[in-house]
Design a protein around this ligand. Structure first.
Ligand code: FAD
Ligand code: THG
Length: 837
């Protein structure tokens, strides 16, 4: 992933784009000792006409994504310390989000929990307290607000100037009026950047071209999945009310004449998300105007290939003419919240262009197909410094210090890379940008996209589908409703009752008591073959794979620093033939990047399928279908073999993520339906059910099986994640081994910890803060109701001192501290009798 040089910092880097991302990246790279950094922009500097040139710069840090929150927290810290002409590049005016609906008010309580989980200071306020912060608010319209005193305004162009100046002092070059027209490459690597004013040799190229990303991508032959959309921003005429000091009854803010140079705002940045609006002040010597941003209008997509050049654009390439008719409802909504606006009007407005991606997250990282070609795209000012730091670390050390898998350009499935997908999802993300979104809420379009061969049967059984990675995934089956009749479960609150059904309890019980079929088709399958396959996988993963064919091994992919990139099952099907059960598309990418000549790595997920047959009666179901011996002695736990079930050739793995006796049965997609029908028919005598993800998640939590990406990421090492058993430092060298040295015996500072909620009726969903003695000390990684144990289970990162069974904690759910207790894990079948019989 790094240039073929001994010290990566000697490499020549060309950054395309001198917006906030390009400038921040030049600063971060030169701070790390990179000498040869050139930043090119087609426009003049320091305001070349991209999205940054007119960004109002609101920085709200709190997000459901820990990664985004950490990016933003760094932006606030960094820009807070930067100055230009004596004025700061960040104004810590605070942030205020108000609620005008019950749903939003509840969601602000949830948001306050997210803030606590990710270390953002904040407090819920009543309407009067909100009005003290923002005297223009009609307090009768709001139910309350969430105040984050350390949020504020980034002054984006000054922040560009400050970072540009610093990077230049360290030797970077910034070249205005250079339009990139080509990317030169040789042998799968970049070699240079072609512009209208000459060619610049490069070992690394970073596309920080903002919404022009797809244009630069096209020059490089790399898909850049983002959609540019216009978003309206308008400023009012001067409002006398803004210039006035805060309310006479003791305002929280200094009088405006104390604000000093560069103080363009004093009151908190304000969000009215129920109406897709945000507000900031623009203060000056003569008074103040209010800036209003709106996401309430129809999506206004822009073709990045036809955006006018700087000199041809009426204002700037990224600022399209204002369409007042689109803004009219937002103006009325603004005036309803801030009645003083009734005496004002819009003085200036524009439709500003910036990037939206299929999932709302940035697109970062190096292309595998074109080494040395990096993307740092679809980044808000809010996240810019954090993104730049992560990319600079990535380029320098081979990895960012924080987990960025949700931003990694490899995260999209093939089926999610079409222009049609990017356009549809990008526009939808614009529409939903301020919506209250449930963590399980699936996308609505395009669906269905990927279906397993069992899909027709699943529909017949009344599957309730959610979407993930493009796949339709049954969460429960309405056909099992009669089984749920006898099961008594506590009532759920409205939030946790969404995307949930008591039928999941019946499916979990059927798995524990009889036998169930689980569609495991979306489980990523990689095939690694060739004479060097074993040695390659030994080098790439932590556990001992040098075992006889027919073995299955649970093992980890680590990065150089010992962080967990993934957890895998590796089935050795032949001397040079391995089948891997993997997690994200990044696993394929990582293996392909490292595979030596002669080793082939293929993703076979789409052409194959898998059904899990699990439960105490699994053997009774499967054995009559095959001539091979499926007894425990002949087909032991974590073994694999080829067989025929009826007419269907299958690879059977004796593995169970739900912690019950049984097999994962794999076959090609063409035979999938026949396999399902064969198992279904044979299962009738044993009371077989089809079971969904909801039961699946419950059972895996009861068994203590970690889910990569939620419970652990590259930020964690195996010992603190409770996965030390899968690490065999004695087997020989592997990626990450050196970094783990000594960690197996060193005292842990934090631990992935199993908690159960004390009240059998209480439920949490994930990402909630865990409180120790009333103060946030960790956060929930994943959670689900344990139907066998009759309590909600929550895994959480906690300080090791607290991770002692019996320790009492609280989990904050919508503002309520729910008592919970650290539990001994696993909660079910610690002796593994159920899976080994
Ligand atoms: P840009 O600033 O667009 O920089 C990309 C640069 O690449 C441009 O200068 C361009 O000239 C250059 N370039 C492109 N193609 C070429 C080429 N072929 N050759 C040479 N140079 C090239 N974000 C927030 O966090 N908070 C906000 O409050 C906020 N409000 C916004 C309001 C509006 C109206 C808009 C439009 C955006 C807002 N954003 C906000 C989003 C934010 O402005 C952008 O996400 C951010 O500025 C993108 O920065 P960038 O450096 O990636 O891109
Ligand atoms: N099936 C297959 N591959 C997978 C998963 C799967 N790969 C990705 C992910 N899921 C990996 N996660 C696990 C977690 C636990 C187990 C299997 C896959 C498991 N662990 C046993 C235990 O911890 O008791 C055995 C461990 C051992 O003996 O080393 O079964 O669902 N194919």
């Amino acid at each position: 992933m790094t240039a073929p040089l001994t010290d990566p910092r000697e490499a020549r880097v060309v950054i395309i784009g001198a917006g906030i991302v390009g400038c921040s990246l030049a600063d971060e790279l030169t701070a790390r000792g990179w000498h040869h950094v050139t930043v090119l922009d087609q426009g003049p500097l320091p305001a070349p006409g991209g999205s940054t040139s007119h960004a109002p710069g609101l920085v709200f840090r709190t997000s459901p994504s820990k990664t985004l929150t950490e990016f933003a927290a760094y932006t606030v810290r960094k820009f807070g310390a930067l100055r230009v002409d004596g004025a700061p590049c960040f104004l810590p005016v605070g942030g205020l989000e108000v609620a005008t609906t019950e749903a939003r008010w509840a969601d602000l309580h949830r948001k306050a929990g997210l803030a606590a989980s990710w270390g953002v200071r904040g407090r819920l306020l009543d309407p009067q307290q909100c009005r003290k912060l923002w005297p223009l608010l009609d307090e009768t319209r709001i139910l309350g607000g969430f105040h984050t005193p350390d949020d504020g305004l980034a002054r984006a162009v000054p922040a560009c100037r400050a970072q540009m100046a610093r990077a230049e002092r360290r030797g970077a070059r910034f070249l205005a009026r250079h339009t990139v027209t080509g990317i030169e490459r040789a042998a799968g690597r970049v070699t240079g950047v072609v512009t209208d004013r000459g060619t610049f040799p490069a070992d690394h190229i970073v596309s920080a071209a903002g919404f022009w990303g797809p244009v630069i991508g096209a020059l490089a032959g790399v898909d850049v999945p983002l959609l540019p959309l216009a978003h309206q921003y308008a400023t009012t005429e001067p409002l006398p009310e803004l210039a006035a000091p805060n309310s006479p009854d003791g305002g929280l803010l200094p009088a405006l004449d104390d604000t000093g140079p560069g103080q363009e705002a004093a009151r908190p940045i304000l969000r009215h998300q129920d109406r897709d609006l945000y507000f900031r002040e623009h203060l000056d010597a003569t008074g103040g105007r209010l800036g209003i941003g709106s996401y309430a209008h129809r999506p206004l997509p822009v073709d990045p290939f036809t955006v006018p050049a700087y000199d041809d654009a009426p204002a700037m390439p990224s600022a399209l003419p204002f369409t007042p008719e689109d803004f009219a409802p937002s103006w009325r909504d603004s005036a309803a919240l801030l009645p003083a606006l009734g005496r004002s009007r819009i003085a200036h407005g524009f439709n500003g262009v910036f990037s939206f991606t299929p999932d709302g997250m940035p697109v970062l990282g190096e292309s595998r197909a074109l080494r040395g070609f990096w993307l740092a795209e679809a980044v808000w000012v809010t996240h810019s410094a954090g993104v730049a730091r992560a990319v600079a670390q990535w380029m320098t050390d081979g990895r960012p210090a924080i987990d960025v898998h949700t931003c990694d350009l490899t995260r999209f499935e093939d089926a999610q890379r079409s222009p049609a997908y990017t356009e549809q999802r990008g526009a939808q993300n614009f529409i939903e940008v301020y919506d209250v979104l449930h963590p399980l809420q699936p996308i609505e379009q395009p669906r269905p996209l990927r279906t397993s061969p069992f899909h027709p049967r699943q529909r017949e059984l009344g599957a309730y589908f959610l979407e993930s990675g493009g796949w339709e995934r049954p969460h429960w089956y309405e056909a099992n409703a009669p089984l749920a009749n006898g099961i008594r479960l506590p009532e759920r609150d409205a939030w946790s009752a969404r995307y949930w059904s008591p039928i999941a309890a019946a499916e979990a019980a059927a798995t524990r008591e009889r036998v169930a079929l689980y569609d495991m088709t979306p489980l990523r399958r990689l095939e690694v073959t060739g004479p060097g396959a074993l040695d390659f996988l030994q080098c790439m993963t932590t556990n001992q794979l040098r075992k006889k064919p027919g073995s299955v091994t649970y093992t980890l992919l680590l990065d150089e620093a010992g962080g967990i990139r993934s957890d895998l099952t590796v089935a050795r099907l032949g001397p040079d033939h391995f089948q891997i059960g993997a997690n994200s598309p990044a696993d394929l990418d990582w293996l392909l990047r490292h595979a030596p000549d002669g080793v082939s790595v293929r993703d076979v997920t789409s052409g194959t399928c898998c059904v899990g047959v699990w439960g105490p009666l699994a053997r009774d179901l499967v054995q009559p279908l095959t001539r091979d011996d499926f007894s425990h002695d002949a087909f032991g736990y974590f073994r694999a073999r080829h067989t025929y079930l009826g007419h269907v050739p299958v690879t059977a793995l004796r593995v169970s993520y739900v912690g019950e006796l049984g097999w994962e049965l794999y076959t090609t997609a063409d035979l999938g339906l026949r396999l399902w029908d064969t198992l279904w028919e044979a299962g009738q005598a044993h009371g077989v059910v089809a079971a969904g993800r909801s039961a699946f998640n419950s059972l895996r939590l009861e068994k203590g099986y970690r889910a990569w990406g939620a419970d652990m990421t590259t930020e964690h090492h195996p010992y603190e994640a409770g996965l030390g058993f899968a690490v065999r430092p004695g087997k020989g060298d592997f990626t990450g081994r050196a970094a783990l040295s000594g960690l197996d015996t060193a005292p842990l500072t934090r631990k992935l910890t199993c908690l159960t909620l004390d009240d059998p009726a209480a439920v949490v969903l994930g990402s909630e803060p865990v409180l120790l003695d009333g103060a946030p000390a960790g956060y929930v990684t994943s959670a689900g109701y344990g139907y066998t144990i009759g309590r909600c289970i929550a895994y959480a990162w906690l300080p090791a001192a607290a991770a002692v069974p019996g320790t009492a904690v609280h989990i904050e759910y919508f503002g309520k501290p729910l008592p919970a207790t650290v539990a001994e894990e696993p909660l079910v079948d610690p002796g593994r009798e159920r899976i080994r019989r």
